[in-house]
Ligand binder design. Structure first.
Ligand code: ADP
Ligand code: MG
Length: 679
């Protein structure tokens, strides 16, 4: 057996299994070897049922006493199965949702072992969806938990890892001997073995450190070799130094804030410098980033260039388009819109206008980076809500012009070191001030049924005063989770109470979504029930109430984004976070939201409470998925890996030397087709 062999060479892996593995990106034995556990569970000795502690995951064994395939809970799909499990010391209820099929597998009198976290429900101890096996099969010790897909079980993953363990020694090192020594790293075989089969903390940590280092090394090498960081010393796209940006600012109905002015100045200096701009604008939700970008677009047109802005959702793109078109029409500037859902004939017209230069400003979704979009003279590219896009999308946009000026905007606060990784050597402008006249939003956390009722009474009074409300729910479909109030369910409830209620979610047709958003903007809808599709960017100043159902399911940074949809006009605005269940964590999070309106502070606190993974998760920034490395937690490793990557590329820019081939292969694998590499 060889690492490059297909996994079908492994005992027990047939074509069907191989398909399932392919969904996890596993095709070869090597891929399997590099599939690391997500987490580990410390399954020491089994605990007596009477000694199970609330909220502490534990292993316990017992006999199945009664099985109750339980009626229907909250809608048809979630059929519940309740099992009473007993040992010599007591009994506990085990609950499975959506698992009617288990009624056939689990029999009265079976001796089973369970691993799960006991919780309290109506004075009873329960374990919901534990893992379970026949009692005699349950492993103890430190158990790796692998990422799975349907058709592949934990047990199978563990079995296969055991099977290929003798091949771990064949793992290639992407690092030279010197690099390994310089950074005090362990060898590959040791690293891989100790991550799959950890014995004790020390060796596991050494192992993980090595693999994280490798991942960062791969990432950094790829990013440095990508076009994103291409050095350019030429003239780029130089705009006129004629003060034209002031004309546009004068036309606005309000003066810019000091922070916006500073930002415009920094951008203007870049634009007239004769060196392509590469700038990130960071500003909290509602700080007024759009108008700053628009000023730069105006300047582009005044200098004879075209400008484009890409936004992550159609709703947001259209909103930007409508606002900007109104402003630019007054100056005789022609503004176009592009999205995937447009009619072919409409689209063709815009494309022609872009190609012959008559359309000067383009706003759209990622449709603007499609190959058929050709500009006659593109001088400025802008990405809004940058963190929603991938590296390759950003590069494609930039490649539409000939070294155009690049501006990206985000409300997500990013530490400097991380920004360097994500955006290369980008300059950063910060808008750290809100437009004047904003009334601070009042935020309240609500728990319990009575509270919800009061909340909607309040919404009703606001609507009578002419305001509008958003109600956000975490999920579309009830079957996806047991307790979350789905958008449908909430919509049906509220539609009975509020006449002008509509619902919007990601699975709807674009034209429907647009229609509803347009009516909400126009004030023809009072209550908009939605999933997080409205999370980013939307601006309806008359909306003064944001209700978030199941707020405990959202990250704080996301709640902050959602809250940023209100408080955009002159009205006192409110944000109600409805929290299901009670926990200390939920309480702490709620308090932070009630007390702070500062996105940076909130993100930091979220980081402390939840760990960094979710905020700085690679997904958020469009970087390729990394298996073990966590940008925020491993910042110092990141810096070391960066230094090593830079040294290697300086010595061998296209990674042509034989000793750099393993690294090159790994970089290609990580970025795949996703990034044009200068290798
Ligand atoms: P974000 O930074 O979240 O993208 P927007 O650009 O959508 O914020 O701006 C939010 C709101 O603030 C918009 O209604 C915009 O017209 C308004 N606004 C922006 N700058 C100012 C300002 N200097 N004074 C008053 N209102 C402003
Ligand atoms: Mg915005």
């Amino acid at each position: 057996m060889n690492l490059q062999d297909s996994i079908t060479t492994l005992n027990g892996v047939g074509p069907r299994k191989a398909e399932a593995f392919a969904r996890l990106g596993i095709e070869t034995v090597e891929d399997l070897m590099f599939t690391f556990p997500r987490i580990y569970e410390d399954r020491k000795q089994p605990v007596n049922i009477a000694d199970l502690e609330l909220e502490v995951p534990a292993l316990f064994r017992g006999e199945v006493d009664t099985i109750r395939p339980g009626g229907f809970s909250r809608g048809k799909k979630s059929r519940v199965l309740r099992i009473l499990v007993t040992d010599d010391t007591g009994s506990i209820e085990v609950v499975f949702f959506n698992a009617a099929y288990l009624a056939k597998t689990i029999k009265r009198g079976d001796r089973l072992a369970f691993f799960g976290k006991p919780v309290e429900n109506m004075d009873r101890k329960q374990v919901i969806h534990p893992q379970f096996e026949k009692a005699e099969n349950m492993q103890t010790g430190i158990i790796p938990i692998y990422p799975l897909t349907s058709g592949i079980t934990q047990r199978e993953m563990r079995r296969l890892q055991k099977l290929i363990k003798p091949l771990y020694g064949q793992a290639e090192s992407i690092l030279s001997e010197e690099t390994v020594k310089r950074n005090n790293l362990c060898g590959m075989e040791y690293a891989i073995r100790n991550v799959h089969f950890p014995q004790e903390r020390q060796s596991y940590q050494e192992a993980k450190y090595r693999l994280v280092f490798d991942e960062f090394m791969t990432l950094e090498t790829g990013l440095m070799a990508s076009k994103m960081n291409e050095k350019y010393d030429g003239e780029g796209t130089r705009f006129e130094d004629d003060g034209s940006e002031r004309e546009f600012i004068k036309s606005l109905p309000y003066p810019l804030t000091k922070a916006q002015e500073r930002c415009v100045d920094e951008i203007t200096a870049d634009l007239i410098s004769g060196r392509p701009m590469n700038r990130l604008i960071q500003g909290d939700v509602g700080s007024g980033k759009t108008v700053v970008a628009q000023t730069a677009m105006y300047k582009a047109v005044g200098s004879g260039y075209q400008a484009v802005m890409m936004a992550p959702t159609e709703i947001l793109a259209r909103q930007h388009y409508e606002g900007m078109k109104r402003d630019f029409d007054a100056f005789g500037i022609k503004t176009g819109f592009l999205s995937g859902s447009m009619k072919a004939s409409e689209k063709r017209q815009v494309l022609e206008g872009l190609a012959d230069g008559s359309v000067q400003v383009l706003i759209g979704t990622h449709a603007v980076i499609q190959p058929d979009v050709v500009f006659s003279n593109l001088g400025l590219v802008i990405t809004d809500e940058q963190h929603r896009f991938g590296v390759s999308q950003r590069i494609k946009l930039k490649d539409k012009g000939n070294f155009p000026n690049v501006l990206v905007m985000t409300a997500t606060p990013i530490p400097r070191t991380l920004a360097v990784v994500l955006y290369g050597d980008m300059d950063v402008s910060v808008i750290d001030e809100m437009p004047p006249g904003r009334v601070p939003i009042i935020t309240r956390c609500l728990t319990g049924d009575g509270a919800r009722e009061k909340c909607y009474d309040f919404v009703e009074r606001q609507i009578r005063q002419g305001r509008q409300a958003y109600v956000v729910t975490p999920l579309i479909d009830e079957s996806e989770a047991m307790d979350a109030r789905s958008v449908n369910q909430v919509y049906e409830e509220l539609a009975k109470r509020f006449e002008r209620t509509e619902m919007i979610h990601g699975a709807m047709k674009q034209s429907e979504k647009d229609d509803i958003m347009a009516r909400f903007s126009a004030g023809d809808i009072d209550v908009l029930v939605s999933t997080v599709v409205i999370e980013v960017g939307i601006n309806v100043p008359n909306a003064a109430v944001m209700v978030v159902e199941n707020a405990e399911r959202f990250g704080l940074a996301q709640l902050h984004q959602l809250r940023g949809r209100v408080g955009r006009g002159q009205w006192q605005s409110y944000c109600f976070l409805i929290i299901e269940g009670q926990s200390e964590l939920a309480e702490k999070r709620g308090k932070i939201m009630e007390e702070s309106a500062d996105g940076f502070y909130i993100a930091e606190e979220d980081l402390k409470l939840r760990g960094p993974g979710e905020i700085f998760g690679t997904r958020q920034h469009g970087l390729p998925d990394m298996k073990l490395a966590d940008m925020a937690r491993h910042m110092s490793v990141l810096n070391d890996a960066r230094d090593e990557a830079r040294a290697i590329l300086e010595d061998d820019p296209r990674l042509e030397k034989p000793e750099n081939q393993p690294l090159k292969r790994r970089v290609m694998k990580l970025f795949g087709e996703d990034l044009t590499l200068n290798l």
